[in-house]
Design a protein around this ligand. Sequence first.
Ligand code: MN
Length: 230
Amino acid sequence: MALVFSPEPNPEVPVQGSDDTFPVNRIYCVGQNYGDHVKEMGGDPKKNPPVFFSKPANAIVTNNQAVRYPSATKELHHEVELVVALGGGGMDIGIAAALACVFGYAVGIDFTRRDLQAEAKKKGKPWDTAKGFDQSAPISAIKQVVADCHPVSGRIALSVNREMRQDADLSDMIWSVAEIISELSRYYELKAGDLIFTGTPAGVASVIAGDHIQAQIESVGEIDFKLIAG
Ligand code: MN
């Protein structure tokens, strides 16, 4: 018995201050988790439970590598997000037990083909081509949780060519990290290696090839990369 071809390697994310890497299992994402962004997309922040979608694990881009502008879109949007990296999992995890599953946190960009997403929303179609494309999930190194200290507040910001586009605070999240893990585990058996992108604040906008994207989250980390022609 042999593999019929050599498999693609699983993506790994560096861990800050260490030679270790975090092997990625799945990527889950939360939509519409900051009030201002929900309003800018035309929704009512408090009305609905969290919206979940996913990206393939190999959408990850690490080490500030340049990202190619994707095919089939004329409106690529940046969304800076706090990313939760799970070191444990399970199903039906209670809110009180949820944070014990967290290995660490990172800064991620949920790149979105906004034109395709708008079309999908209008027609009631899935979001996969709008969200789950190649290189759609650049991520910083992961900061491991120390002494049970989790980021519940602090600045989350993104600039393009040094011009501020998104500038908010983690305390503006509608659903907390513990609530997201608990709710997500009703639908999926969460595993060590899963990443959860927890939603973006207001200020999402288009980027083009040549743009320099920088983002940071206080006490978590930063990401700094270029978008290049596809
Ligand atoms: Mn997002």
